[in-house]
Structure formats: structure tokens, C-alpha cells
Design a protein around this ligand. Structure first.
Ligand code: SF4
Length: 326
């Protein structure tokens, strides 16, 4: 594969630092002895594993539209696959193209979003559809820079859409990919909280030269992280690259304790969810009394409602009632 040469040259300076002495800190970026060797060791086993184990997800099927890929990526940002599948299907059935969504008021996007959580994503998707319709003739742009200009599209999502919808060659560093690479190549249980520029360069250096193979490598590593190299219980005995995993070879050393997950019960977030559910379920504006019935704590309810209004998710009406934005 012609990409091996460039991967090798980009790893030149790292090659001499392969040995880590006891007591030396674990590096933020893998001290790879030879990126070319790593690519050849990992690529074929991971691709073969993916061919045998990949889930049949709607946004991965041949011929899906870039819009379908974009919607899936936004939905998957903070919601598990099992909940995204039906929501994605319903969204695409209702709005098969960005222009169809752009033609409706933003409140309809919030209503359709349902209980996926973090509903600002629905608003951003609506704004995104509007810009795509007016600025890009209704077609999702293929360039990573143009994607980055769209609301709610960050570095990861822009790369994911460019790769999975348009077959370009970019590193796609989601949580699963970062965890697999951290374990496999750096011997760390978990990656740093945020990807650094060096980590991105390293992931790019592992990409095969062919954009099509690079895209398959990215989705295959992602799937390996989702199904086998999971955060809590990695199934190393079933892993296609266990023989070359630095973390496994080191005895799976535990990282420092991670922050416990945020609680949900009783939070402003739960309160916002309840208030929004009332508005989503009502074809007409609702009054304060009806909102009070789902969250009795008046101070917290007022705070949550203020937040929803500030985020553009709820419109306060002159008569004191509330509605989804029109
Ligand atoms: S051997 Fe275990 S820790 Fe290493 S990549 Fe495979 S599943 Fe992850």
C-alpha cells in the first residue's frame, strides 16, 4: 500500500524513543516504534474483524445520502445507537432532504427530536438545514472546511461526514477510536479528556493511503471500540489485535479514578426535559400552571424555563403562555 511510505517517514522521530524506562510518565501520544509496522499489524486484522462483525446500521448502508450521515452523527453525539436508530429513521422519513426540514419552523425539529436528549442539537440541525438550503443549493457540502462552517458541526463531525459520506481521507477521532488507539498503541486505559493536535496527527499517520480503505479503517476501529474494546469491560480474548496491544501486554493497568458520571434525577436538566416534553406533546401553547404540574419546585422550574428560552428552545408569548419556537 503506497501510504506506508508516508506513514513511515512521519514516524521517523518517534522511532528512536520506543523504550520507556520505569518511572517515566506515560506519554500523551504513543511512543510508537514504527508507525508503518503498526499500520500493517493492525490494518488487516481490524478490517477482517469488521467484515465479520459490523452492525448493519442504516447510516452505513451503501448509497445513503450525506444528509442521512450528518443527521446520524448529530444524533449519535450524546445518544446511544439503539435509541438513535428509530429516531433517525423517523427524521429521514419526515425530512428526506435538508430543504424539507428548513421549510418547517424550528419548533417542529424540537418536537420530532422527542426524548433523544440535549435538544439544542435539534435546533442546530434545523439551522444547519437552512444554511445548506440557501448557501449550498440543498446539498451537504463535501469539504471539511465548509462543513465546519455549519452550526453545531465541530472538528469530529466535520471529519466524520467528510469520511463516511464523501469517502475522504481524514482521521475520525470519536471516543471509541481514541480509546482503542490509546490502549493499543500507548498502553493507556483511557485517552486524555480532549484530543491534542499530536494525537490527531498520529491517527492521521495510521491512515491507509487509499481514501476508501482509510474510511473503512476508521469505521472498523470505531466499531471495535463500540463492541469489543469497550470502556468498562474490554473483551480482549475476542480482539483481533490482542497480540499487539500495549495495554494488554502491560497487564491492563488501571488509569487514575475517573470522575463519576453526572446524576440526572432532580437536576435542572431533568426539569428542562419535563417542561419540554409538555410543550412537545401539545399542539397549542401551554400556560404556566400546566408546566407547574410536572415540576413543583417553582424556583428551579423558573430557572429551567429561563434557560430554555435563552437557548431558543421555548418562546414566551405575550399572554404569559409558552410554545415551541415558530
Ligand atoms: S486487546 Fe483488549 S484493550 Fe487491547 S485493543 Fe483489544 S480489546 Fe482493547
Amino acid at each position: 500500500m503506497s501510504g506506508r511510505r508516508s506513514a513511515r517517514s512521519s514516524a521517523g522521530s518517534a522511532a528512536s524513543t520506543a523504550t520507556r524506562l520505569p518511572g517515566m510518565p506515560v506519554p500523551a501520544v504513543p511512543l510508537c516504534h514504527d508507525v508503518w509496522v503498526m499500520a500493517t499489524r493492525y490494518l488487516e486484522p481490524v478490517l477482517a474483524w469488521y467484515s465479520a462483525h459490523a452492525r448493519d446500521l442504516p447510516w452505513r448502508r451503501p448509497g445513503v445520502s450525506p444528509w442521512s450521515v450528518l443527521v446520524s452523527e448529530i444524533m449519535l453525539q450524546q445518544t446511544p445507537v439503539s435509541r438513535v436508530i428509530p429516531a433517525h429513521r423517523a427524521w429521514l422519513d419526515r425530512w428526506p432532504a435538508p430543504a424539507a426540514l428548513a421549510a418547517e419552523p424550528p419548533g417542529e425539529a424540537i418536537r420530532q427530536w422527542g426524548r433523544l436528549g440535549y435538544p439544542r442539537r435539534a435546533l442546530r440541525l434545523h439551522r444547519c438545514a437552512g444554511i445548506v438550503t440557501t448557501r449550498h443549493a440543498g446539498e451537504i457540502p463535501a469539504s471539511r472546511d465548509a462543513l465546519l462552517d455549519l452550526p453545531g458541526i465541530g472538528t469530529y463531525t466535520a471529519a466524520a461526514v467528510a469520511v463516511f459520506a464523501f469517502g475522504q481521507r481524514h482521521a475520525v477521532l470519536d471516543t471509541n477510536v481514541r480509546r482503542v488507539l490509546a490502549r493499543l498503541t500507548a498502553g493507556r486505559q483511557f485517552p486524555a479528556p480532549q484530543p491534542s493536535a499530536a494525537e490527531t496527527r498520529f491517527a492521521e499517520s495510521l491512515l491507509p493511503a487509499s481514501p476508501a480503505v482509510a474510511a473503512r479503517w476508521s469505521v472498523a476501529v470505531m466499531e471495535l471500540g463500540a463492541l469489543t474494546c469497550t470502556a468498562a469491560r474490554p473483551r480482549c480474548t475476542e480482539c483481533p489485535v490482542a497480540a499487539h496491544c500495549a495495554w494488554l501486554a502491560a497487564g491492563r493497568p488501571a488509569a487514575a479514578a475517573r470522575r463519576p458520571g453526572q446524576r440526572y434525577d432532580g437536576t435542572d436538566r431533568q426539569c428542562r426535559g419535563r417542561l419540554l416534553a409538555v410543550l412537545r406533546g401539545s399542539p397549542a401553547p401551554v400556560d404556566a400552571e400546566r408546566l407547574g404540574a410536572v415540576w413543583p419546585d417553582a424556583a428551579q422550574r423558573a430557572r429551567a424555563l429561563d434557560g430554555l428560552v435563552a437557548d431558543g428552545l421555548v418562546d414566551p408569548l405575550p399572554d404569559g403562555r409558552f410554545a415551541l419556537p415558530g
